[in-house]
Design a protein around this ligand. Structure first.
Ligand code: APR
Length: 232
């Protein structure tokens, strides 16, 4: 089983989504805060955007949807992988372990001087010092920006090729390659289910779409497939 999550799973925890009412892209231009060119042009603005999002994480907690996916990982005896587009740490805090952050993490820093990556807590700012090489002013958020390659695509494509059940949760299906995962899963014969507040751009590719708030529909879905699995 491969589960893909997006910002919608964290919305009820108080973490802003990107598109839709009050979305992050309503208040910021992607070109100003989420591209390598933006970082080269105005690193202070980019750091301020991510420092604010990192600070917000200290005030939020996982919701029942995150907890349900952690339970699913524990009780599902087949192969399981959770791939998240989210850069928050709510899946980890809920107990998920078999997890890939394909768009990076707010809790990680990347030094452009020595290419090392490391845990980062609190504000980073322009003058951050690398804990590995001590260089200052070369530490950037370890976030995959538009135009950059997502992380672990080889592992994700390998898991997709073998999956028999693909679930997409809380994502608008607006950004590739994540938005194309359902087509690969469908091609290899997986049952594809979408669980979201509203139909996404990729709804037509799913065998099944369940609409509702993640904190309600995900625990119910997990109960259902675990019971179904026990029967089989
Ligand atoms: N429960 C379930 N789904 C929800 C909820 C909720 N409480 N609230 C919102 N949603 C849904 C919305 O209907 C929407 O379809 O979550 C989806 C969020 O979509 P986006 O804001 O586009 O977030 P996401 O799909 O994760 O964006 C993908 O785009 O900007 C890039 O890198 C960024 O990872 C991000 C990627």
């Amino acid at each position: 089983m491969l589960v893909l999550t997006g910002a919608g799973i964290s919305a009820e925890s108080g973490v802003a989504t990107f598109r839709g009412p009050d979305g992050l892209w309503e208040g910021h231009r992607v070109e100003d805060v989420a591209t390598p060119e933006a970082y080269d042009r105005d690193p202070a603005l980019v750091h301020a955007f991510y420092d604010a999002r990192r600070a917000k994480l200290e005030t939020v907690a996982p919701n029942p949807a995150h907890a349900a996916l952690a339970r699913l990982e524990r009780e599902w005896s087949g192969e399981f992988l959770l791939v998240t587009q989210n850069v928050d740490d709510l899946h980890e805090r809920a107990g998920s372990q078999k997890l890939i952050h394909m768009h990076g993490e707010l809790a990680s820093g990347w030094c452009l001087a020595c290419d090392s990556r490391f845990t980062w807590v609190g504000a980073m700012g322009e003058g951050a010092r690398c804990p590995s090489c001590a260089a200052t002013g070369k530490v950037r958020p370890d976030i995959v920006w538009f135009g950059e390659m997502p992380y672990a695509m080889d592992r994700i494509e390998d898991a997709l090729a073998r999956c028999t059940l693909f679930a997409s949760i809380g994502t608008s299906g607006a950004v590739y390659p994540a938005a194309g995962f359902v087509q690969t899963a469908r091609y290899v014969g997986a049952h594809c289910v979408e669980l979201n507040l509203e139909p996404s751009q990729g709804s037509i590719f799913f065998h099944e779409t369940r609409l509702g708030r993640a904190s309600e529909i995900i625990p119910a879905w997990v109960d259902e497939i675990l019971a179904q699995f026990v029967q089989s």
